[in-house]
Design a protein around this ligand. Structure first.
Ligand SMILES: Nc1ncnc2c1ncn2[C@@H]1O[C@H](COP(=O)(O)OP(=O)(O)OP(=O)(O)O)[C@@H](O)[C@H]1O
Length: 325
């Protein structure tokens, strides 16, 4: 069956005053209706992956190699009207900051109705009805009245709901969510996560949800892909990755998270910092921070070891574990 999304050996390099090898040989497949979390520290390439998928990166300074297909369509060759239809139609995005999506000078009902009319040939009345229905779907109380509000008249959580309504108004098959709950307080955060999860099931959408928070990943995802230095270093079902992490980086993230909970304080996740990515990695990028590092980790890129269906780890130790089994 055709995947909803397929990245095939994606490489993204920024060329400017300095060169940044932001994404390196990234391959990933998302099936229809799946909820995948991209998990990783700041700078690991999560946002760049989403922006590449939406073709939002500045073409003059960005070199993109490799394939991206959504429902079998080559995203990199889209242009003009087809690219517009793809963005906000086939694929839509919710951001951490609603101000990036919501226009402060338009009433929210008008903004959603306008988005519907841009994509579908429907009457103003039809579009308004869809906007109202979307506000109901994202469980905004008194939606008829809220249609008339401007974004600044709503709380942070309500604004986030409106942004989700806007993103879903044209029924995308793939929703991208870039840390959409990070700025909210804990109770509102959980409400929004549960809402997204419900809507994902109701609409049968695929979702890629970006976060650095393992708790959020566990709450919401079917699958997890862990990113480090622009690569996916471990991937699998959420249960497998969380309970049987095989990459030392994933293990470190999980251990640090447990510490946080036990000691009630925030610790540095793992000693050391990720590489600057000014050269293309030619060895394991985690080697300088890895507690199990060996000479061969510094000599060549790690093998990508398949541990089961859709379960893989980029680490030489995983290959040896398999050989020993
Ligand atoms: N437009 C750009 N020009 C140059 N470098 C960029 C650009 N956008 C991102 N980068 C670099 O690409 C790398 C990956 O950044 P990205 O924003 O994807 O990380 P992230 O995992 O999403 O982090 P965060 O959680 O902080 O958003 C970083 O080194 C970043 O500095």
């Amino acid at each position: 069956m055709t995947a909803l999304l397929e990245f095939d050996n994606l490489n993204v390099t920024f060329r400017g005053e300095r060169t940044v090898y932001a994404i390196n040989d990234l391959s990933l497949r998302l099936e229809q209706g799946e909820m995948l979390v991209l998990l990783g520290e700041s700078g690991s390439g999560k946002s760049v992956t989403l922006k590449t998928l939406l073709r939002l990166l500045p073409p003059a300074r960005t070199q993109i190699d490799g394939g991206i297909a959504v429902n079998g369509t080559d995203v990199m060759t889209l242009s003009g009207r087809k690219l517009q239809d793809y963005r906000g139609g086939e694929v839509s995005m919710v951001f951490q900051e609603p101000a990036l999506a919501l226009d402060p000078v338009y009433r929210i009902g008008d903004q959603i109705a306008e988005a519907v009319r841009r994509k579908n040939r429907v009457s103003r009345e039809e579009a308004r009805k869809t906007a109202l229905e979307m506000l109901q779907r994202v469980r905004i109380p008194s939606p008829e009245r809220r249609m008339m509000n401007f974004p600044h008249e709503l709380s942070g959580g309500m604004r986030q709901r409106v942004m989700i309504a806007l993103a879903l108004a044209c029924r995308p098959r793939l929703l991208l969510a870039d840390e959409p709950t990070t700025a909210l307080d804990a109770t509102v955060q959980i409400q929004i996560l549960l809402l997204l999860r419900d809507l994902q099931r109701e609409f049968g959408m695929g979702v890629i949800f970006v976060t650095h928070d393992i708790g959020v990943a566990v709450e919401i995802s079917d699958r997890i892909a862990v990113m480090y230095a622009g690569q996916i270093i471990e991937e699998g079902d959420t249960h497998q990755v969380i309970n049987h992490a095989r990459h030392p980086y994933t293990q470190g993230l999980l251990a640090a998270n447990l510490h946080d909970v036990q000691r009630g304080e925030r610790l540095d996740a793992i000693p050391g910092v990720p590489p600057a990515l000014e050269t293309k990695p030619d060895a394991c990028p985690f080697a300088p921070r890895c507690p199990h590092v060996r000479a061969d980790c510094r000599a060549a890129l790690p093998p990508v070891v398949t541990l089961g269906p859709r379960r893989r780890v980029a680490c030489v130790l995983a290959r040896e574990d398999i050989a020993a089994e």
